[in-house]
Ligand binder design. Structure first.
Ligand SMILES: CC(C)(COP(=O)(O)OP(=O)(O)OC[C@H]1O[C@@H](n2cnc3c(N)ncnc32)[C@H](O)[C@@H]1OP(=O)(O)O)[C@@H](O)C(=O)NCCC(=O)NCCS
Length: 115
């Protein structure tokens, strides 16, 4: 589902069951895996690969050419300048891994908006 006011540029692929929320931008040649949540105001640059099930927190940015592994969570406001593995949680500017998904999230964190 691509919300109004989201922008998806040329030659992108958005996987099934993903949400691209309002104000998000996905630049050219980027891949968004299935079941991903791209929250409001996220900026994904060109030639980026976002794995299946990833959750990009509100206002986060992913820099050109970066790959993020499946089911990884990016905190709100983070800037991701380099590749991240699957199943981790990363926050901050520049984004750093703070824990793995196995270590768990607090309950406020990853509700899907707009559904
Ligand atoms: C990244 C996130 C998933 C982390 O959740 P969590 O694993 O439960 O993390 P915690 O709340 O236990 O915080 C762990 C540490 O990371 C820090 N942290 C958490 N989120 C952060 C963020 N977005 N930016 C910077 N630091 C963050 C906390 O301050 C804490 O630091 P400390 O250990 O020094 O005290 C969550 O904070 C987040 O940003 N969720 C996105 C919310 C969002 O976009 N919602 C959609 C609204 S439309």
């Amino acid at each position: 589902m691509i919300f109004p006011n989201a922008v998806v540029s040329t030659d992108c692929h958005i996987g099934d069951h993903s949400v691209i929320n309002s104000g998000a931008t996905i630049s050219h040649d980027s891949l968004i895996g299935g079941y991903a949540t791209i929250n409001p105001g996220v900026h994904v640059a060109g030639n980026v690969s976002i794995g299946e099930g990833c959750y990009l927190g509100v206002g986060s940015s992913v820099i050109h050419g970066v790959s993020i592994g499946a089911w990884t969570v990016i905190g709100g406001g983070a800037v991701v300048p380099q590749d991240l593995p699957e199943n981790v949680i990363a926050v901050g500017v520049p984004a750093r891994v703070i824990k793995t998904k196995e270590e768990g999230l607090n309950e406020r964190t990853t509700s899907r908006t707009g559904e």
